[in-house]
Design a protein around this ligand. Structure first.
Ligand SMILES: Cc1cc2nc3c(=O)[nH]c(=O)nc-3n(C[C@H](O)[C@H](O)[C@H](O)COP(=O)(O)OP(=O)(O)OC[C@H]3O[C@@H](n4cnc5c(N)ncnc54)[C@H](O)[C@@H]3O)c2cc1C
Length: 386
């Protein structure tokens, strides 16, 4: 990972406020828009465009990662739908930054399309037969005279139905060992690649999820993201980035929910007084603020450490702890927030509709919480295996 040695960039003092101000006008229009047009609208915001460019340079330092977390917070705070903020956070931290920081910089030829949103990326790892155990994957890259032939199916992949460029993983060795997997970056229009229709999903609905079939797909050495056999190591880098920072997607939305709760509880009357005048009700709002503060602090701390040049590999265990903690906190937050709005929290088109399934999803993606617990315990010295 390269730490920037350029002269300091001029960054807005408060990235979240600047991005929030830019997004305020477009946010209400994004809720019903189709994914691609919403994505392009989002990427046209100057703050977002600058973060995209930073991530595609692959350099950290000079506050670039903290700035990115700030911009993402600002978007959520301004009301950009959760699914879009999640998709952006995942693409920036889980794909673009690690790929651009890698020795081969494989995204370089796609830079312009990624910046204007005409190219969308996805990270295709999970298979129907199992996501928790990558070494069990069935997708295989079989050697041919001029490279590989890839066959298999990935599923539950964020943005897959829209993706133009696919980061994927396939076994290049049938045996089960740490060097059995390789990582490939493939254009979605390569013959033999078929993307599914979007799955009907109940979490983060603003970004589609789907499957990708690979049938006799020709790949060459140039499609390898890193040396053959280093797929698991590269995956460790993308997932550590994600575990460290992905939950930052929720910080702005939590702030917006707290604002809504305060307005609602101040105005809503029960028992002849404002609901917010009831100490029990008010204490729940204080809990929401405390939870948000905890998530925000953990994610920004990770961003600062990455900007300071800490190797991603040295952050794996801390990132796992941050991911577990933030996922649990998001669930606690949504569980506490929903009842404050009464019946409105279960009405789909209410501005107060709850986000509980979206919160549950956080304990599943980017490494399920239980599997991360196992790695943390192993790191502490317990002889535990999945
Ligand atoms: C919103 C969302 C977005 C996603 N985006 C992507 C994406 O972009 N790309 C992608 O590739 N995948 C994505 N996924 C898929 C996700 O990575 C997988 O769902 C996850 O890895 C779990 O795999 P699985 O669903 O096959 O469950 P399984 O592997 O079948 O696991 C089911 C449950 O069993 C538990 N479990 C399994 N083994 C053990 C064990 N040994 N000890 C204890 N518990 C165990 C797991 O923790 C899990 O809770 C996404 C999922 C969600 C919900």
């Amino acid at each position: 990972m390269t730490v920037s040695t350029r002269a300091p960039l001029t960054r807005p003092a408060d990235a979240a406020s600047t991005a929030g101000a830019e997004a305020a006008e477009i946010a209400p229009k994004l809720a019903g828009a189709d994914f691609r047009s919403a994505w392009r609208t989002l990427l046209a915001l100057p703050s977002v465009s600058a973060v995209m460019a930073d991530s595609l340079r692959g350099e950290v330092g000079d506050g670039a990662v903290v700035n990115a977390v700030g911009v993402i917070e600002g978007l959520g705070r301004a009301g950009v739908p959760n699914g879009l903020v999640y998709a952006l956070t995942s693409q920036i931290f889980g794909v673009q930054w690690p790929l651009s920081a890698s020795a081969r910089s494989p995204l370089e030829p796609y830079r312009d399309g990624l910046l204007d949103g005409s190219i969308v990326l996805c990270h295709a790892l999970t298979e129907e037969t199992g996501g928790s155990d990558p070494l069990s994957m069935r997708t295989a890259a079989t050697p041919t005279d001029d490279g590989y032939r890839i066959d298999g199916r990935k599923a539950y992949v964020t943005a897959a139905p829209e993706a133009d460029l696919i980061l994927t993983f396939a076994r290049t060795d049938a045996a089960r060992h740490p060097f059995a997997l390789s990582s490939f970056l493939l254009p979605a229009d390569r013959p033999g690649i078929a993307r599914s229709e979007p799955f009907a999903k109940v979490a983060l609905p603003e970004v589609p999820m789907g499957a990708i079939d690979f049938t006799d797909v020709a790949a060459s050495d140039a499609d390898l993201v890193a040396a053959e056999g280093s797929g698991l190591a590269f995956l460790t880098s993308t997932t550590t980035w994600e575990r460290a920072l992905l939950m930052g997607y929720a910080v702005g939305g939590m702030g917006a929910t707290i604002d809504r709760a305060v307005d609602w509880l101040r105005d809503r009357e029960q028992f002849g007084r404002s609901l917010g005048a009831n100490p029990l009700v008010a204490s729940h709002v204080a809990d929401l603020a405390t939870i948000r503060h905890r998530v925000r602090t953990l994610v920004y701390d990770m961003a600062r450490r990455i900007d300071a040049g800490t190797a991603i590999s040295a952050l794996a265990t801390d990132a796992a702890q941050v991911k577990i903690s933030c996922a649990q906190d998001l669930l606690a937050f949504e569980s506490a927030a929903a009842p404050l709005f009464g019946a409105r929290s279960v009405i789909a088109d209410s501005p107060h509709a709850g986000q509980l399934t979206t919160a549950v999803a956080a304990s599943i993606y980017a490494g399920s919480n239980d599997l991360l617990r196992v790695s943390i315990a192993r790191d502490l010295g317990l002889p535990v295996e999945n």
